[in-house]
Structures are given as C-alpha cells and as structure tokens.
Design a protein around this ligand. Structure first.
Ligand code: GAL
Length: 423
C-alpha cells in the first residue's frame, strides 16, 4: 500500500498544501523586539522578559534586535530609519511622554493597545497618572510599562568610603558631598565616576543636580515655562555641575555608563550619579547591597523621584501582530514584572506585585515612588521634545569645554523658545 501511486500523489499534494501553512504558522510564532538593552544587567533583565514570554507562549521565537549604547541614542536613530522606511520591528522600547507620543504616536507609527488594558484589568494595576498623562493620546493608550527607573540616585563604593573615613547618611547635601570629594581628592582618588563616551551620562549628572537645586516645583515650572532657563537657580545648578568636573575620573570620555559603574565596583572611583539601571550592573556582578555598594538620593533630591520608565509599543503594520500583542500582554503580567525588575534595578510599574520578592534597594525605590514627588526626565525623553533633549546634550557638551555658565543657560533659553514645551 505504501507504494500505491495514487496515495503517494495524494500525500505529496497534502504536503504541498501543508507547506505554506506550516511556514506561515512558524512565522507567526516569531516576534522582533527592538531595544538598547545590551549591558550586563540590561541583557540579563531582557532575557528574563523573553523567558516569561516563551513560557507563556509555547513555541514562540524571538528576534532580539538590539543596538548598543546606553540611553538609546544610537538605537533611536536606527529605529527611526526603519520606521520611515516602512520596516518596523513588531515592538520597541520607548520612554513615555514626549518620546512615545511625539516621536512615534504623532507620526502614526504605533497602534493603540487600549483594549489590552481593558481585557487584562490593567486600568487598576498601573499608576493612572503615568498611563493617562504620558502614554495616552485622544483617549487611546499606546504602550505598556515594563518597569520604572529612578534617575536621581547617587551610588557609592562602601568599602572605599569607609577606608577614607567617609560616612553617608540617609540623605546628602552638596556641602557634604563636596567635603567627601575633597577628602578623596587628597587621597588621590577621583570621587565621581562618569562614563560619558555618550554625552547623556553627563547630561544625567546635570539633570540630577538641577533637580537638587530647583526642587520638584521648580522642575515643573521650568518645563511649563513658568521659570526661565536663565533663572539664578538654574545657573547655581550649572555652577555646581561645573564644580563636580574637578572630581571626575580623567578617562570619563572613553568610558560608557556601565564601564563607569565597573570602575566604581573596582574602587577606582567612589561615587556615580546614575539612574538605577546601575543596580542591574551590581546585581549582575553579584555585589552585596550595603556591604559592597550603597546609595542615597543625588544631593538635594531626597523627596523627588525622577521617572525613567521603559515601555513597549505595538507597531502599526507589525509583521507579527498577534505575537506582539502576546508580548505586550506578557510584559504587563505580574510574573514578567517581578522577574524583569528584580534584575533591571527598576521597580515594577504594576503596583500590585509581591514586594517581598524584592531586595532592599527595590524596597527603598518603591517607598520613594509611593511617597515622593514624581518628575519626568528630560535626558530620557519624557519631559520635553527630542529637539530640546538634544539641545540640552549639546549645551552640556559645550559646557564641558568652555565652562561658561551664561552660555549654557542662554543655549537652553533659546532651545526652549523653539520648543512646543519646555518654554
Ligand atoms: C534608559 C533606559 C533604561 C536603561 C538606560 C541605560 O534610557 O530607560 O532602561 O537602559 O537607558 O541604557
């Protein structure tokens, strides 16, 4: 019977009919995820998201499209080219606020995912102010948050500080910080580790310092136009930022942000002011909280929480739409939020996760998020349009060379004039 020509022909016909179906089905299982998560901690956390997604979606296959470079500056231009060229990844990493709404939703690159919020009860699980204020346009929601980073954290090498007789309390003032810097300088140690081979890392140090001087109310006023960028307080912040440069590691411009964190771990520098993706690097290196590294709010910023949130989108014309929807659903699940954020340093965006699964740093950040004043990051694209974000980076680059406070402030005044926000 095996050689029956009729049956053989029927079998080949059947196989022929099956082939396109099978390969279509296999393709349906694919999903391209675009991000810039390539540092040790970032990659480990992304992997945790992938694992949960694969566990929840048997047979799923991921195309991990990453473009190296902290803060996503390199990634965003690659993404832009793909979006303009009509070949989007299924889903990509985006900060909420201006970046999401201005760069992706407004030009029509995203599909709304409002239905996912309804069908999964997310209306109650995620912080309303973030979803409504920073991810919604015309009553449609465009992203789901994987986690929320705190930008204004000053990290330190515990043993190095102890060795140099420096104690850091629950908060730190600029005077205390500079006293520690002087002490370390006298011992031949660059106090402040910066890795600004991409300038955003220095812009972040400035952003944190600015918040430390103007406070959360001043921050809101600056970005709403109620306070000007050449206000004496802004100039005071620029001055402090300039003073910090005396204590920065000499090789800062050759290092990436994560290499600067490594220098801190190795005791080559004592402090680093960096969003808590830095915590992901400590975790990856198996360092112990408090024993090996510690943290405090960047000077003057206790009581405020600079939000650097990471969301994922659904591309309009996504090549694998069903898989992309399953991915977004997975990111929003408790399981994924717990697995990812434990490794990333951020806190879950969902407010109903099991807190006991998180370490001391995360507990600290969750408490801060619950009680402190939230402000949106400019360096990470939330508080102002891309042009202003770029102008800030440029002003920082120039200032690092000319150290001209007025020049810095005036550049921002000019940029704000041309910006639909940040007036
Ligand atoms: C931020 C992003 C974080 C972290 C950081 C450094 O923009 O929100 O998740 O990856 O860049 O790359």
């Amino acid at each position: 019977m095996r050689n029956n020509p009729y049956l053989v022909a029927l079998a080949s016909l059947f196989a022929l009919l099956q082939a396109p179906l099978t390969s279509h089905a296999a393709d349906e299982n694919k999903l391209e995820v675009f991000s810039w998560w390539t540092s040790g901690g970032e990659a480990a956390a992304l992997d945790a998201l992938f694992s949960v997604y694969k566990k929840q979606n048997a047979g799923a296959e991921i195309i991990n499209a990453t473009v190296t470079g902290g803060g996503g500056f390199a990634a965003r231009s690659v993404l832009q080219t793909r979006l303009v060229g009509g070949s989007p990844p299924d889903t990509w990493q985006s900060h909420p606020g201006w970046e999401l709404l201005g760069q992706y939703v407004e030009p029509g690159y995203c599909e709304p995912i409002t239905d996912l919020y309804k069908s999964n009860g997310w209306d109650r699980a995620f912080p309303k102010e973030l979803v409504v204020d920073l991810m919604t346009k015309d009553r449609q929601i465009y992203a789901v948050l994987a986690g929320i980073h705190r930008g204004n954290v000053l990290w330190y090498n515990t043993k190095l500080l102890e060795k140099n007789g420096i104690k850091v309390g629950d908060t730190i003032t600029y005077d205390q910080f500079f006293a520690a810097c002087d002490k370390l300088k006298a011992a031949g140690i660059p106090a402040l580790g910066v890795g600004d081979s991409q300038v955003w890392a220095s812009a972040e140090l400035f952003e944190n310092t600015l918040l430390g001087v103007v406070g959360p109310k001043g921050w809101t006023d600056l970005f709403s136009g109620a306070m000007q960028w050449d206000d004496p307080k802004v100039k005071e912040a620029i001055k402090l930022f300039g003073k910090m440069q005396d204590f920065v590691n000499p090789d800062h411009s050759a290092l990436s942000w994560d290499q600067a964190m490594k220098a801190l771990m190795e005791g080559k520098v004592a402090f680093s002011s960096m969003g808590d993706w830095a915590d992901g690097e400590f975790l990856k290196a198996n360092l112990k909280e408090k024993e090996d590294f510690g943290w405090v709010s960047h000077p003057g910023t206790a009581g405020s929480f600079i939000i650097v949130a990471d969301g994922f989108t659904l591309a309009k014309g996504a090549p694998h739409k069903e898989a992309a929807l399953a991915w977004l659903k997975s990111i929003g699940s408790k399981e994924a939020q717990e697995a990812f954020n434990r490794l990333k340093g951020s806190i879950p965006a969902r407010t109903d996760v099991d807190r006991s699964k998180f370490d001391a740093y995360h507990q600290w950040s969750m408490d801060s998020f619950a009680k402190d004043k939230p402000v949106a990051s400019c360096v990470h694209g939330e508080a102002a349009p891309a042009a202003f974000q770029q102008a800030l980076n440029d002003a920082v680059t120039t200032f690092l060379v000319d150290k001209d406070i007025d020049h810095f402030a005036n550049a921002l005044v000019q940029a704000a004039r041309q910006s639909p926000s940040a007036k």
